[in-house]
Design a protein around this ligand. Structure first.
Ligand SMILES: CC(C)(COP(=O)(O)OP(=O)(O)OC[C@H]1O[C@@H](n2cnc3c(N)ncnc32)[C@H](O)[C@@H]1OP(=O)(O)O)[C@@H](O)C(=O)NCCC(=O)NCCS
Length: 145
């Protein structure tokens, strides 16, 4: 079974490969060393490396989801949902008030995933991406208790 765990130095090359493919261009080593960054990976049980990652930052009483990528050959097997589950668990344990993220308006797959995990569309950022695409702002409110 694929394991979802906090990233370690051994995962850096695998994460980098996924960032190069689809990610937002961050450098995983820098994120691993940031005090407020949280990085999870989905590891292949057969030792074939990293099948997905999720990067978030703890910012005051909010958690910002910055990037989530699953390897193309491993998609639609529940890995994205499990990575998001790890984030939700972390946010609840840390006592965060909400999780927020930006997603391309055209990214229907990711929007479906986030909505199925309780995220709601709360705004938009026109021309947010370098290519002019708009972003939706989505949040998941967390209960205070
Ligand atoms: C978005 C992404 C992370 C989903 O990862 P995944 O592991 O394939 O997702 P899961 O298998 O956990 O699917 C969870 C839910 O997401 C939605 N979803 C995922 N892929 C979908 C698709 N191709 N079409 C429609 N809905 C889809 C569905 O609601 C799905 O639930 P279901 O299988 O019960 O119907 C993956 O497609 C990806 O890496 N895309 C490129 C990077 C990206 O867009 N990241 C988001 C940045 S904001």
């Amino acid at each position: 079974m694929v394991e979802v765990v906090r990233a370690e130095p051994v995962d850096l090359d695998g994460i980098r490969a996924l960032v190069a493919l689809e990610g937002s261009g961050f450098e995983p080593k820098v994120e691993l060393e940031r005090r407020f960054a949280r990085l999870w990976v989905a590891r292949d049980p057969a030792g074939l490396g990293v099948l997905g990652f999720l990067l978030a930052w703890d910012v005051a009483d909010e958690v910002h989801l910055l990037d989530l990528v699953v390897a193309p050959e491993a998609r639609r097997r529940g890995i994205g949902r499990r990575l998001l589950g790890a984030l939700l668990e972390h946010a609840a344990t840390a006592g965060a008030r909400r999780i927020l993220l930006e997603v391309r308006r055209s990214n229907t797959k990711a929007i479906a995933l986030y909505e199925s995990a309780g995220f709601e569309r709360v705004g938009e950022r026109l021309g947010y991406y370098a290519d002019g695409d708009d972003a939706l702002l989505m949040t998941r409110e967390l209960s205070a208790c």
